[in-house]
Write a protein that binds this ligand. Structure first.
Ligand code: FAD
Ligand code: NAD
Length: 471
């Protein structure tokens, strides 16, 4: 690339937001450059987030199930051994296969991919410090900031990714720790706690709020989830804030303060996972060179068309507003290219599903009961337990339920909350129903195949406006 040639779109960051925008823009016939410093495409999600964590979750679940859940199924197993190195290799193979796949897709769509760190020189020019040494630059008619996020550090406790770890260390431990304390009972905390707890680590989760799952999870579902995770061996300290940490000794020590009236105490463990949220990442981007501002949480400020205050510089994904989710980044990436190319685009922020890939999975979309209560919006609830679903019973996986929330007058669906096997797949049906403004009767009158877990979805809809058949 040469500084003289101006691209239609220069994208800084090759994560989900950046690479999806690059493909979409390529499909629209735009001349595109995508700059990524990591050395591989796919960003946090493919390299150290969604994908590696799901590999570890899937395979640790299988291992745990073989150890503890075969007898009642009439399967007798001999000695079961975990080979941690191969367990990690399966994860690494999934990651490298997918990141290479993305590289192929960029090529296929005519996108120029530059490995290096992009920095604003001015409002149209990006200087790139190449990973292989040297420098180049590129000019863009439009520029997209898609630089993502990073783990929020815990003040006073230095991350070494061995004993004090973020999720990045948690997907790459070389041995199974005896004990682990997780600071933060959000999604990262619980997913990683599940992985290591299944492999034999004694895990304690310390959460500042009164419920696990982060603030977005329906309280009733969060309580049910906590019970099931506890049964699997995890310990929880809720309403408890970690105030300081010390890793000078053989074990890492945390001082915790019970938020509501409890006494302060210390917790010692081999490994501490810091999972207190993620923060937008704009390091090295040189936004000061173009006079761009961030909000008080470090997010790039944009308007409803993803424009920063410099209109041809737009921004999507974790580095700006909204939930830090890969599928949200992906939706925005498509929409922002449509705005640039056609002048219109669309993301429905009311219908972005969340999934926690524990066992059972927890998934939700739309509004929670506590949201509606707080806003004094009337609602009606229908639930259906998996213990009454024929497929769940047959599979011997009956923990959990489907909970639906609807407008009591119009019956329009307002939210769906599921804890149960395959909840993450089932929630797509909830998203579709919400997107099309379905009533729970619409869902209940849609034929669902038998015997499937999805029938619990249909029956919860029946229970919302009328009565379920099987419960
Ligand atoms: P990122 O993926 O962070 O990508 C930004 C990229 O920009 C990075 O690769 C970075 O190297 C690059 N970059 C930054 N600055 C520059 C620069 N100046 N020049 C060049 N390159 C630069 N979400 C889900 O929806 N489902 C999940 O199951 C899920 N699991 C997760 C598990 C974990 C452990 C973590 C940490 C996150 C998970 N997430 C999940 C969240 C998901 O990873 C993010 O929402 C998603 O990656 C955001 O995409 P992005 O493109 O905005 O940012
Ligand atoms: P989070 O915000 O979801 O949870 C952090 C939790 O830590 C909160 O519940 C908070 O109350 C608690 N906390 C904060 N400070 C504390 C303290 N001092 N002591 C005790 N508890 C404290 O953040 P996360 O779990 O780190 O995840 C970060 C982002 O990554 C989220 O946006 C999440 O959606 C995304 N992610 C998504 C998935 C998925 O979709 N399956 C998986 C992993 C991560």
């Amino acid at each position: 690339s040469s500084a003289s040639e101006e691209k239609d779109l220069v994208i800084i960051g090759g994560g989900v937001a950046g690479y999806v925008a690059a493909i979409k823009a390529g499909q629209e016939g735009m001349k595109v450059t995508c700059i990524e410093k990591r050395g591989t495409l796919g960003g946090t999600c493919l390299n150290v987030g969604c994908i590696p964590s799901k590999s570890l979750l899937n395979n640790s679940h299988l291992y745990h199930q073989i150890l503890h859940d075969t007898k009642k199924r009439g399967i007798e197993v001999g000695e079961v051994k975990l080979n941690l190195a191969n367990f990690m290799k399966a994860k690494d193979d999934a990651v490298s296969g997918l990141t290479k796949g993305v590289e192929f897709l960029l090529k296929k769509n005519g996108v120029e991919y530059i490995k290096g760190t992009g920095t604003f020189v001015d409002e149209h020019e990006i200087k790139i410090a190449l990973n292989d040494g040297g420098e180049t630059s590129v000019r863009g008619k439009n520029i997209l900031i898609a630089t993502g996020s990073e783990a929020t550090p815990f003040p006073g406790l230095e991350i070494d990714e061995k004993r004090v770890i973020t999720s990045t260390g948690a997907i790459a431990l070389e041995e199974i720790p005896k004990t682990m304390t997780v600071i933060g009972g959000g999604i990262i905390g619980l997913e990683m706690a599940s992985v290591w707890s299944r492999l034999g680590t004694k895990v304690t989760v310390v959460e500042f709020l009164g419920q696990i799952g982060g603030p977005g999870m329906d309280t009733e579902i969060a309580k049910a989830t906590q019970k099931l995770l506890k049964k699997q061996g995890m310990d929880f300290k809720l309403n408890t804030k970690v105030v300081s940490g010390d890793k000078s000794g053989e074990l890492v020590t945390l001082a915790v303060d019970a938020a509501k009236g409890g006494k302060p105490e210390t917790i010692e463990s081999d490994v501490v996972l810091v999972a207190i949220g993620r923060r937008p990442y704009t390091g090295g981007l040189g936004i000061e060179n173009i006079g761009m501002e961030l909000d008080d949480r470090g997010r790039v400020i944009i308007d409803s068309e993803y424009r920063t205050k410099i209109p041809h510089i737009r921004c999507v994904g974790d580095v700006t507003f909204g939930p830090m989710l890969a599928h949200k980044a992906e939706e925005e990436a498509v929409a922002v290219v449509e705005y640039i190319k056609k002048g219109y685009g669309h993301v429905n922020y009311g219908v972005i599903p969340s999934v926690m890939y524990t066992f059972p999975e927890v998934a939700w979309v739309g509004q929670t009961e506590q949201d509606l209560k707080k806003e004094n919006i009337p609602y009606r609830i229908g639930t259906f337990p998996f213990s009454a679903n024929s497929r769940a019973k047959t599979n011997l996986d009956t923990d959990g339920m489907v909970k639906m929330i609807a407008d009591p007058e119009t019956d329009r669906l307002l939210g769906v909350h599921i804890i149960g096997p395959n909840a993450g797949e089932m929630i797509a049906e909830g998203a579709l129903a919400l997107e099309y403004g379905a009533s729970t009767e619409d869902i209940a009158r849609t034929c669902h195949a038998h015997p499937t877990l999805a029938e619990a979805f249909k029956e919860a809809a029946m229970a919302t406006h009328s009565k379920a058949i099987h419960f």
